[in-house]
Design a binder for this molecule. Structure first.
Ligand code: ATP
Ligand code: MG
Length: 415
């Protein structure tokens, strides 16, 4: 080993933030704030610093733990565990050699390449000269290896900064997108299914900080859907500074709509009540938009006519990030982001409660308005909001009622 001090670190390459021109600093500050939140409780002190358009992360914590946290922060294109060394030709070259020897010890290596970027123009070698110098030293020490600039088995990447240089050789994909919060706040209508958690995740990746609202059928259904919503929100909160989950018991209001003669329009009438209530709740959470998991035509309640009827009841824009997605694409994404294991659990969904045998695919607005008039919808919303239950999943204990099945208990406890 060379004489310089070595230390593990993680290099985080910025994604779209890099394109933000004059606003870039604001986006980078937000990215770093979110990274700090993601690092809370990681088990030791950490530090972050900017090196051009790269964030360097380190600390007294195993590098794997840093990588795991950083890969959940929206806005980095790549997450690269590496090492940092003093910016001298000798230290960097020796470190490169150590890396290559170490790689060759763990797996068969036949080819390598060196990419260098000199950020500090005082450094005695240009980027290209550095690549040639380090490459020659590595080839000299390990003559059986060949240089392959096209698709090397080990690509040693070197970033030379003023005091420190950084070497990486593994590139893990990050969660590209815009830093959560940089596009504002949204309120996600979160059911227990596959779609709405995936929609929430897409909204976060476009920079929306998300709070959640879940409607359950209480007092006519068991609390299983609340447990699912809680577990889903907790999983989603791992990708953002935690958002609140609002739980609203809709059962009585659903019954009122049925009694008022909603008939085949029951599901759309319920959905309109949900977005009206969510719009009123948004004033409390600071949300500027609602997000749903609708995908055009997926089920009868998600036809264009029904979506239009729902939009008419909302006083905020209703964003539907999954509008053009197939069900299988949504389920695959749910597996990738970690919400599928919760979504698959059985529950008593409030939408099934009082659902007519055949749901209308063409909402009739005058009839919907007439039904709503009969129940005095503003009063109903006020009552619903008076009894909203607020939680911060991931940060507090789960809600009080006992889980209804063992699988749910395991999900709630994070087992
Ligand atoms: P999901 O898989 O998200 O449950 P879905 O395919 O079951 O969706 P619907 O039940 O028609 O579709 O719901 C469409 C959208 O309406 C959901 O994605 C969600 O955003 C919202 N929604 C439905 N039910 C509820 C609920 N109980 N609480 C909050 N939002 C809901
Ligand atoms: Mg559903």
């Amino acid at each position: 080993m060379a004489t310089g001090s070595y230390g593990p670190c993680v290099l985080l390459k910025h994604g779209e933030v890099f394109l933000k021109g004059r606003n870039r600093d604001r986006f980078v500050d937000r990215l770093h704030d979110n990274l700090r939140v993601a690092l809370r409780g990681v088990g030791g002190s950490t530090w972050i610093k900017s090196v051009g358009s790269i964030t360097v992360l380190g600390g007294e914590v195993p590098v794997d733990a840093l990588v795991e946290r950083a890969r959940r922060v929206v806005g980095f294109t790549s997450v690269e565990p590496g090492i940092r060394v003093p910016s001298t030709v000798e230290d960097v070259t020796q470190a490169g050699l150590d890396v290559l020897l170490d790689s060759a010890e763990h797996r068969p290596v036949r080819t390598f390449a060196v990419r260098a970027r000199r950020r500090d123009k005082q450094f005695p070698l240009t980027s290209h000269a550095m690549e040639v110098h380090v490459g020659a030293r590595l080839k000299g020490a390990l003559p059986h290896l060949a240089v392959d600039l096209g698709s090397p088995e080990v690509l040693l990447s070197i970033q030379v900064d003023r005091k420190e240089s950084y070497l990486t050789w593994t590139r893990l994909p990050g969660l590209t997108g815009l830093p959560v919060g940089s596009s504002g706040r949204a309120l996600v209508l979160l059911s227990g299914g596959y779609d709405s958690p995936v929609a929430a995740h897409r909204a976060m990746r476009r920079g929306l900080a998300c709070d959640f609202v879940h409607f359950n059928g209480a007092p006519y259904t068991n609390p299983s859907s609340v447990y699912k919503a809680y577990a889903l929100a907790r999983e989603l909160n791992r990708y953002q500074p935690p958002g609140h989950l609002h739980v609203i018991a809709l059962g009585k209001a659903q019954k009122q709509l049925a009694v008022a003669g909603a008939g085949r329009l029951q599901v759309v009438a319920q959905r309109r009540l949900m977005v009206r209530t969510a719009s009123a709740l948004a004033a409390r959470t600071g949300a500027e938009a609602l997000v749903t998991g609708d995908s055009l035509g997926q089920v009868a309640s998600q036809t264009l006519a029904n979506m239009t009827a729902v939009d008419e009841a909302a006083s905020l824009p209703v964003l539907r990030p999954l509008l053009g997605w197939d069900k299988q694409e949504i389920i695959d994404e749910a597996h990738t982001i970690g919400t599928a294991d919760v979504s698959v659990l059985p529950d008593e969904d409030c939408c099934q409660l009082l659902a007519p045998p055949r749901v209308s695919t063409r909402a009739n607005l005058p009839r919907l308005r007439a039904v709503e008039k009969r129940i005095d919808v503003d009063d109903v919303i006020e009552t619903l909001l008076d009894h909203v239950q607020v939680m911060l999943p991931g940060d507090d204990v789960p809600p009080a009622p006992a889980p209804v099945c063992r699988a749910q208990k395991e999900v709630m406890s994070g087992a």
